[in-house]
Design a protein around this ligand. Structure first.
Ligand SMILES: [Zn+2]
Length: 287
C-alpha cells in the first residue's frame, strides 16, 4: 500500500500531513524549552527556600550591598565574619563592602575618576569605574611592563607619573610588601594633589607595635617569624605576609606616606558591614 493510498483511506492530503508534522515539531521544541525553564524556576525556588530557612534560623538577613549596588540577603556562614559574612548576590565580604561604602559616601562621583587598583582579587571596582586600571606584582618584571596582558606594578617603585591618579586602591595588599614605607611614599607621589589612597589592611589592635614578619637580605628572604601566606591571584597562588600591623599602624602610615590618614570602622548590619579587621583607611594627599 502506497503512502498516497494510506492518506486517501485516512481522508488526508499531503499538505495537511506536512502541516501536522510541522506543528508536532513546534510542540516538541516548545516542550523542550518549557523543561529548561522549569529547571531554572525549580533551582530558584530551591534557593529561595534555602534563604527562607536561613532567615527563619537567623543566619541570613535582608540589606543593601554597596559592592553590587542592589537589595540583597546577607548570609552568615560562620562565626568569623571577616570571611564568612557574604552577600548572596556577589559573595562580597565585609571589608570589601565597607570600602565601597566609603567610596560611595566620601567620594561622590568616584566612578568617573582615574582609579588604579593594585593586586585586585575581585572586579567590584572595575564594574563601576570608567577610567579604572589595575596591576599585579610579578617578581623580576619591571613596573609598567605586561605579563600575558596584565600590567606589572611594584608598589615600591611605581611607573606612574607624579600627580596622575585620583584614587589609588589597595585591598589587603600592604601586609605583603617588604618596604611599606617605600610603597606609601610612591602611592603619594602618583596621586594628584587632593587625591586619596583608599585601602584595607588587617591591622591587629591587640598588637601594640607593628612587626616585620620577613625581610629581604642579600641572600634572599629572611624569616623573622613563621612563614604565613594569604591567597594570591597570580604566581603560585600564595602571598607571603611580610608585616603584622598593630595599634601603631596609623602613625606609621602617616609618617611613611606624608599624608593624613582617617580610619573608618563602621558597623552597619543593614549594609552587611560588621566583623573583624574591616577597617577602611583613607590617606589624603594635600592640595
Ligand atoms: Zn553584593
Amino acid at each position: 500500500m502506497t503512502c498516497r493510498s494510506i492518506l486517501k483511506r485516512l481522508g488526508l492530503k499531503l499538505p495537511l500531513l506536512r502541516e501536522f508534522i510541522r506543528e508536532h515539531e513546534q510542540l516538541r521544541a516548545a516542550h523542550a524549552q518549557a523543561l529548561v525553564e522549569l529547571q531554572t524556576v525549580s533551582a530558584e525556588l530551591d534557593q529561595l527556600q534555602a534563604t527562607l530557612l536561613r532567615l527563619s534560623e537567623g543566619s541570613a538577613h535582608p540589606g543593601y550591598c554597596h559592592c553590587c549596588h542592589q537589595r540583597t540577603f546577607f548570609l552568615l556562614e560562620g562565626e568569623w565574619l571577616r570571611d564568612q559574612y557574604l552577600c548572596a548576590h556577589c559573595r562580597s565580604i565585609p571589608r570589601q563592602r565597607h570600602l565601597h561604602y566609603v567610596l560611595d559616601t566620601h567620594f561622590p562621583g568616584w566612578e568617573k575618576q582615574i582609579i588604579h587598583e593594585s593586586s585586585p582579587t575581585i572586579d567590584f571596582i572595575a564594574r563601576w569605574c570608567e577610567r579604572y586600571s589595575s596591576s599585579q606584582y610579578f617578581e623580576g618584571v619591571a613596573s609598567g611592563e605586561a605579563v600575558n596582558g596584565v600590567r606589572c606594578e611594584n608598589l615600591e617603585r611605581l611607573s606612574f607619573a607624579d600627580d596622575s591618579i585620583d584614587i589609588f586602591i589597595t585591598q589587603d595588599v600592604l601586609e605583603h610588601v617588604f618596604h611599606p614605607e617605600l610603597a606609601a611614599r610612591e602611592i603619594c607621589r602618583a596621586l594628584k594633589p587632593g587625591g586619596a589612597h583608599v585601602f584595607t589592611v588587617p591591622r591587629q589592635p591587640w598588637l601594640p607595635a607593628s612587626e616585620a614578619r620577613a625581610r629581604l637580605s642579600a641572600t634572599g628572604i629572611e624569616y623573622l617569624k613563621d612563614a604565613d601566606y594569604h591567597g594570591n591571584p597570580v604566581g603560585d597562588g600564595r602571598a607571603l605576609v611580610t608585616w603584622d600591623y598593630g595599634a601603631d599602624f596609623e602613625r606609621l602610615i602617616e609618617r611613611w606616606s606624608g599624608m593624613t590618614t582617617t580610619v573608618y570602622a563602621d558597623v552597619n548590619r543593614a549594609l552587611g558591614i560588621d566583623g573583624e579587621l574591616r577597617e577602611v583607611f583613607v590617606s589624603r594627599k594635600p592640595q
